[in-house]
Design a protein around this ligand. Structure first.
Ligand SMILES: [Zn+2]
Length: 165
């Protein structure tokens, strides 16, 4: 059975007791979370988020450069006024360089992706601080409170690394 099929049966159970069909479109807690896509990080449970609470923008590493399009939409059209960044221990982004993945794509797919910045990092805490700084300096992002955390996949805890304001 494909995973998609498994999702269909899981969703049937979810929908059977679903009671949140009247939520508003704008996130009620007015926050956008930028988090790594890592499978071990369950942002809803780890941060106490319910349906309708927040925008959760996920990508490899939880890098804000990759999330900028969504952050602009979140702030300009849907009223979020706080940003939270969540990177995590054991992140795959600590394990490779742009050169490594570019070479792999060149070898496996016969494609040149030298123009793509894959945004890996070698210092976890610094990656969070860099992303806070990048948002603070961006003219496309509102001057809102920004807090950055490292989620510990070993303990389930978030550890604050930095904040603006
Ligand atoms: Zn990660």
């Amino acid at each position: 059975m494909s995973v998609a099929k498994e999702f269909e049966s899981a969703n049937a159970k979810y929908a059977a007791s679903f009671t949140k069909g009247d939520l508003q479109l704008p996130p009620q807690r007015k926050v956008a979370v930028v988090a790594c896509m890592d499978a071990r990080l369950d942002t809803a449970r780890a941060l106490g988020l319910e349906e309708g609470d927040a925008h959760v923008i996920r990508n490899a590493g939880g890098r804000v450069t990759d999330a900028l399009r969504s952050i602009i939409i979140s702030q300009q059209l849907l009223g979020t006024r706080e940003i939270v960044i969540v990177h995590h221990t054991g992140c795959g982004m600590l394990t490779f360089t742009d050169e490594v993945i570019r070479n792999k794509v060149r070898s496996d797919l016969k494609q040149n992706v030298d123009h793509i910045a894959f945004l890996p990092f070698n210092n976890l805490e610094q990656s969070v601080l860099d992303d806070i700084q990048l948002l603070k300096e961006s003219n496309l992002v509102l001057d809102v409170p920004i807090t950055g955390y490292v989620y510990q996949v070993e303990t389930g805890k978030i550890v604050k690394v930095g904040e603006s304001k």
